[in-house]
Design a protein around this ligand. Sequence first.
Ligand code: AMP
Ligand code: MN
Ligand code: MN
Ligand code: MN
Length: 299
Amino acid sequence: MIAPLNADLHCHSVISDGTLTPEMLARRAKANGVELWALTDHDEVGGQQRAAAAARAIGLPYLSGVEISVTFIGQTVHIVGLGVDPDDLALQQGLSRTRGGRGQRAQEMSEDLARFGIHGAYEGALKYAGNHELISRTHFARFLVESGVCRETNEVFRKYLTEGKPGYVEHRWASLKDAVRWIRDAGGVAVIAHPARYKLSATEEFALFGEFKSHGGQAVEVVTGSHSAAEYVSYAGTAIEFGLAASRGSDFHSPDESHTDLGTLPPLPQHLTPVWELLAHRIQNTLLNDPAPSAAIGH
Ligand code: AMP
Ligand code: MN
Ligand code: MN
Ligand code: MN
């Protein structure tokens, strides 16, 4: 039997809410045995050139990526785009609009936390945001740990920043239809990220998958750092039911916070179509797809 490809197609750098640079992530992926990597920062493709170049320097095959925040029936859902052209103008404009409300939201989160006696959270969170346009709940979580309110970021998300808890502010992100269109029009494949994380009823989840598919979505994360082994099995079934390819990604953010490191997940269930089979022509840094240096000269 051929060993399954160790693909890790979901992680975050300092360009969004990770703590490592794209270069550090590339080296860590390679050291952990990753054979196909994608950096998927939230609502931002600003790290793509660095990630691709760092991967190229160490001979690591690379797919470009992004994770778009979407509001679906009042809830936040994440759609990963793989193999997108990071220079695509419509994608960049869509992402820029999606990022646009984060500053105001962060101010409101900070005001709400102040009502619960936690002061200076906006400034505190901003210190952790490598990209000020991308200030996120993760940066607030780091501030709440730093200031001793919680022991670790997971505890923060149990007690704060989530629906019904201090510091939560409702927010409207991109529509599902737009996110899938931006990804497809930029040459990529749209993937429903970590479906088990959403608090959707069975009917609502069916609607999510159905609408995603009708908009042109093609894949779902089956094996992710956010799923249990039982959830791998259940979303393998969903992939088959909806005729979707399957993706695999750790959703690694930080050596200090993430319980799943790059490249350490189990393989995809064998009967599924791996999403990278739809993206062979978009993989960078492989001998197959890289134009020979001489071919790029003089044209
Ligand atoms: P935002 O896009 O600002 O709403 O922040 C969402 C980010 O918060 C996610 O991408 C995760 O990095 C982090 N996050 C959300 N929920 C949790 C959780 N339960 N535990 C740890 N991190 C979480
Ligand atoms: Mn995140
Ligand atoms: Mn996510
Ligand atoms: Mn993620």
